[in-house]
Design a protein around this ligand. Sequence first.
Ligand code: SF4
Length: 381
Amino acid sequence: MSEKKHALLSASGSARWLRCTASAEAEKNFPPEKESTYAAEGTVAHALAEAKLYADILGRDESDTIAELKGDPYYDSDMDRYTTGYAEYVAELLAEAKEEDPMAQLLPENRVDFSRYVPSGFGTADALILSNKRITVIDLKYGRGVPVSAKGNSQLALYALGAYDAYSFLYAPPMARLVIYQPRIDHIEYGDIPLQTLIDWGTEYVAPRAKAAIEGSGKFDPGDHCRWCRARIRCRARAEKLKAIAKKDFCEPALLSDAEMLEVLTLSDTLSKWAADVYGWAQAQAEKGKKIKGYKLVAGMRKRKIADEDGLITALRRHKLKLDDIAPRKLATIGELEKLIGKEKFKDWAADYIELPDARPILVPESDKREEIIVDLKNDF
Ligand code: SF4
């Protein structure tokens, strides 16, 4: 899902500005951040996915577009496989919708306008399926980090409201279905919600908050959502909250209780991210020539590297050194091999030679989607 033209109150940023209504105004002081390579890769994947929806489902000739995208440096066989899987999944949803309502139709990359609730609010839904049964909003997420939840997803909810506004003269669905398709981590999730509930949410919750945000009368409300805010490094409200946490008075008794330890644990992630952000800001300022009081720039650790591998091999061979000793052959990594021959073939050809050693469990917040490991205390003892 994309919002190529920048909107002040974007649907993709709605989880932030709906909570912290002052953030839209605060963000104005900071330029948009540079597009990361992940975002650039995602843009190519979305374009390819869109072309496949048109070609594979709607029968439009997209061969030139697909050929051009396959020449992009970010394209690889995995992207081809993931986007084909996405197109097949959308085709399945469309077929199911048509069984329920022959009038069902698919709209790939459809611009939706939700300005009834959010001033100038618009965006582009990766895929919409409209029928008299439900509006389905499908969002392709090409990231492989954290699984994105479909349930309670304000971005998709706003797109559903925009789609309903645009097409309610054709369809009268009672429900909306919000779908996340995140193929690189095998994550597909959907949530159903009555359309009237969405409309009430848009009218009673979103609209007044959007109004406050746009008029500059919003309130600061720091939280997890700060990590996506351009003002996060210099925001006073966030700093005050984090400073209050850091200064927390753990006085009596001498040792912290389990509950107090838990409090510190819950906040440690936010505090460490904030510290890293501030450190990054100070480093960038110093590199631009600004003196940071109490700090100085020094030479970083330098590591030797071979500038001319062939030249060095020839030079060492002249001294009768064996090639196997100076340049031993090394097998490519699993990732490199998968890239070379494709994940499916690699699984077929290499399964007998690969093992997955046990890993030490890691402690993560309960909101993490991964399955919990239950430690058997009896066996442990
Ligand atoms: S950093 Fe957090 S509290 Fe500050 S403006 Fe951004 S979202 Fe709001």
